[in-house]
Design a protein around this ligand. Structure first.
Ligand SMILES: [Zn+2]
Ligand SMILES: [Zn+2]
Length: 140
């Protein structure tokens, strides 16, 4: 599979190759703060699977955490983040641009992570891990 999306101004394109390593809704406070959202719905990819075309992409390293985000130097639109494992984290809202605004079902989240830290409750049938996916799940 190969997907391509652009930033809002169109100066930067991002190509995704293959399949993501993980698909999740992350409720952790770092994602919420860093991406400016109440939860981050995203796919995580090996770094080599995410290629940036054109030359105006800039990267900001978080001053206190091992995360970075890469964004368009013209319009400021985020292109992807990089987590502490070096994986590229691509928000689903961006990936959906590659397919006319509808996220491919093969890329839909399969779980909730760090549900313990949530600021919004979600009602769905996906597993809700209180922390990482090797730990216990939320039981209402
Ligand atoms: Zn742009
Ligand atoms: Zn997170």
């Amino acid at each position: 599979m190969s997907l391509r999306f652009t930033c809002l101004c169109g100066k930067v394109s991002v190509e995704l190759h293959g399949a993501p390593a993980a698909r999740a809704n992350c409720h952790c406070s770092t994602c919420r703060s860093f991406y400016g959202t109440s939860l981050l719905s995203a796919t995580a990819w090996e770094a080599a699977a995410v290629r940036v075309e054109d030359g105006v992409a800039l990267t900001f390293q978080h001053p206190g955490k091992q995360v970075a985000k890469t964004f368009c130097g013209v319009c400021g639109d985020i292109l992807f983040g990089t987590n502490r494992l070096g994986m590229r984290v691509v928000p689903n809202a961006l990936v959906a641009r590659a397919t006319d605004g509808q996220l491919d079902a093969a890329l839909a989240p399969t779980m909730h992570l760090f549900y313990r830290q949530r600021v919004v409750d979600v009602s769905d049938d996906l597993p809700k891990y209180l922390d990482g996916w090797d730990g216990p799940t939320y039981a209402p």
